[in-house]
Design a protein around this ligand. Structure first.
Ligand code: UD1
Length: 431
């Protein structure tokens, strides 16, 4: 199993290019199933998750080729015909978001059999909202032996969907299904994340009629077919935020490039509150941290545009060295504090009660062996390792490989002493 070893203490200086968003790329790949024409995605991150979804799409008859084009890394996806609508457990369990192929398969062929995604490490994460939304579009849903059987032999039809609470995945899933439905769909209490806007804009470029993405109410007028398109994946705000926090933790001056500063505005404000200097450009953000300890900052995770739950663990790592106590509240996922005991191994002083963590800043962290428990928690341990005295070894880094492209390359280019120790790397399900 691969590990990452970090010798802490080096400040970071240099540029870090931000990749395309994993959470957008995998939904756009699934959306390519909605058309018989080719879809070319540019600014594509090369990640374990995109490879895994690629393998699943190939089972449905999708031809996939990856190359370096004039606009950087690109993936061409082409499904002239859906040759199978079956998504087996072995592939779906490894990545929850692959469940979102159900909607496009159903919309295009009228039937699908897709495994339930199964449990994972950051809470129960059911898919009830996804299934209710598809039922509201006229799908007939049955469940046996861990599989969802969905049918809409005469096609899906437009409907009114009100999500009881905000779900990114369910909003995206319903959106992908509704674009080919007969009639108009209105989705209330939709998620507003930038990845949803990216998906809706790409679907519109394919000929869909979606309006209101990025607001709570999304309206979709169904069309009979979609065409192919070229689409550039939006930048990864979670990757960008992770490196911004890394720079704040290690000290120095880092410029993020190929980024949209507006997408990480709340995080940048928190970094300023903590004592960092932030300079926003058009497609760049510079994070500078001088000598002296950071100030403690409280935060509560929330749906976009609130503080992203996917950056909570990283910010907590930063607060372990702040000069005082900060309170971090997690409101999106239960059980998303699994990084706390691991940070404790590095000398952090954190107590958790329900969805609230109290982080009492210490003067120094000390390197140790730690274990990554999920994707974002892994990034938090790397960040802590950058500032810890001595060597930190992060085990189970296959979690990191799911969502961070060339993490050790990007950090070492800025002066971090970080290296990968090779080994076998099994894949498990989380985000
Ligand atoms: C997506 C992101 C993930 C991020 C999360 C919240 C991807 C691939 N993953 O996950 O990185 O942390 O948004 O920003 O885009 N829920 C239900 N029933 C459902 C669906 C969700 O109870 O049918 C619950 C979940 O358990 C969770 C909450 O709703 O507590 C929010 O989950 P959701 O927004 O759906 O997250 P994902 O789409 O899984």
């Amino acid at each position: 199993m691969d590990r990452i070893a970090i010798e802490g203490g080096n400040p970071l200086f240099g540029d870090i290019p931000v990749s395309g968003a994993k959470n957008s790329a995998i939904k756009l790949m699934a959306a390519s199933l909605l058309t018989s024409e080719p879809v070319r995605l540019t600014n594509m991150p090369r990640l374990a998750d995109t490879r895994l979804l690629g393998r699943l799409l190939q089972r449905f008859g999708c031809g996939i080729s990856e190359s370096d084009g004039p606009d950087g890394q690109q993936t061409l996806l082409h499904t002239p015909e859906i040759t199978s609508s079956f998504a087996p457990y072995d592939l779906v369990r490894q990545m929850r978001a692959s469940f979102n192929v159900l909607g496009p398969l159903l919309a295009r062929t009228g039937h699908a059999k897709v495994s339930l995604p199964g449990g994972c490490t950051i809470g129960a994460r059911p898919v009830d909202l996804h299934l209710k939304a598809l039922e509201a579009l006229g799908a007939h849903i049955d469940m046996h032996e861990g599989y969802v059987f969905a049918q809409a032999p005469r096609g899906l039809k437009g409907g009114d969907i009100t999500f009881p609470f905000v779900s990114v995945g369910a909003t995206e899933h319903a959106l992908m299904a509704a674009v080919l439905a007969h009639g108009t769909t209105v989705m209330h209490n939709s998620a507003c994340e930038p990845e949803i806007v990216d998906l809706a804009d790409c679907l519109n470029a394919m000929g869909a009629k979606v309006s209101g993405a990025g607001t709570k109410t999304i309206t979709i007028e169904g069309v009979t077919s979609l065409k192919g398109t070229d689409w550039a994946v939006v930048c990864d705000r979670i990757e960008a935020g992770t490196y911004a926090v890394a720079a704040a933790m290690a000290g120095g001056e880092v410029r993020l490039t190929r980024v949209r500063p507006d997408l990480i505005a709340v995080l940048l404000d928190k970094l300023v509150e903590a004592g960092c200097e932030i300079t926003r450009g058009d497609n760049t953000v510079t994070i500078k941290r001088g000598a002296g300890r950071l100030r403690p900052v409280d935060l509560t995770t929330d749906v976009y545009p609130g503080f992203a739950t996917d950056l909570q663990a990283q910010f907590m790592a930063l607060m372990t060295l702040a000069d005082g106590e900060s309170v971090i509240r997690e409101t999106i996922f239960e059980n998303r504090f699994m990084h706390v005991p691991e940070l404790g191994r590095l000398g952090a002083d954190i107590s958790v009660s329900g969805g609230e963590a109290r982080v009492r800043g210490v003067e120094r962290l000390k390197g140790a062996q730690v274990m990554a428990t999920d994707l974002r928690a892994s990034a938090c341990l790397v960040i802590a390792g950058l500032a810890a005295e001595g060597e930190t070894t992060v085990n189970r880094v296959y979690h990191l490989d799911r969502g961070f492209e060339n993490l050790e390359g990007k950090l070492s280019a800025c002066g971090a002493n970080i290296r990968r120790l090779k080994g076998d790397s099994p894949v498990e399900e989380d985000e």
